[in-house]
Design a protein around this ligand. Structure first.
Ligand code: HEM
Length: 156
């Protein structure tokens, strides 16, 4: 796998946004294609059960997720949910995950799905590394359930 550290409960994470050039290299449609392929992987993965089983509902999550990543990576502001919530985009994204019990193991599965689609994406490796660095670090913050059964909800 691309490099990924295990999560340490409560340890601050020094994450940063993906490089704008990553989005510029892919473009709107390239980014959409990437995220759709990612969700196809998720659907076949061991964490599929976290997501809606109903096709239409699953597609809604896929759509929202795609719009989020387009906005996050420097594309047009097509993700409305955060603005509606009044919360900052990244804070909102973190809190969306609180209702799911996410372990480091699930996070690795999630990252594995991303790695697979990134390896099939024809973009300069340096830009992929920058995107991966964001994913690997930010995803640590979404882990809220630990091997001893305890819970911890990280902040930005
Ligand atoms: C870099 C880290 C991550 C980012 C940026 C991210 C982003 C997102 C986005 C944009 C959505 C859709 C939000 C919406 O409804 O508007 C979402 C939902 C979700 N994510 Fe993540 N995610 C990350 C990590 C993870 C990980 C590690 C898991 C592990 C299982 C996960 C599980 C879920 C689940 C279960 C949902 C909700 C599906 C539903 O609405 O039923 N995410 N995430």
């Amino acid at each position: 796998m691309y490099e990924a550290e295990s999560v340490e409960k409560g340890k601050p994470v020094d994450w940063k946004l993906p490089p704008r050039e990553f989005y510029e290299a892919l473009g709107f449609e390239g980014m959409q294609d990437l995220m759709y392929r990612f969700y196809d992987e998720i659907y076949e993965s061991s964490i599929a059960n976290f997501f809606p089983q109903d096709h239409e509902e699953f597609d809604k999550v896929k759509e929202k997720n795609t719009r989020f990543f387009i906005e996050l990576c420097g594309g047009p502001k097509v993700y409305q949910e955060s603005a509606d919530s009044g919360m900052e985009l990244n804070e909102y994204m973190l809190r969306i995950h609180d209702e799911f019990s996410i372990t480091d193991k699930s996070r690795f599965e999630w990252l594995g799905c991303m790695e697979k689609v990134l390896r099939e994406t024809d973009v300069d490796q340096k830009l992929i590394d920058g995107f991966w660095d964001y994913l690997e670090k930010f995803s640590r913050l979404t882990v809220n359930t630990f091997p001893d059964g305890s819970k911890y909800y990280a902040n930005l």
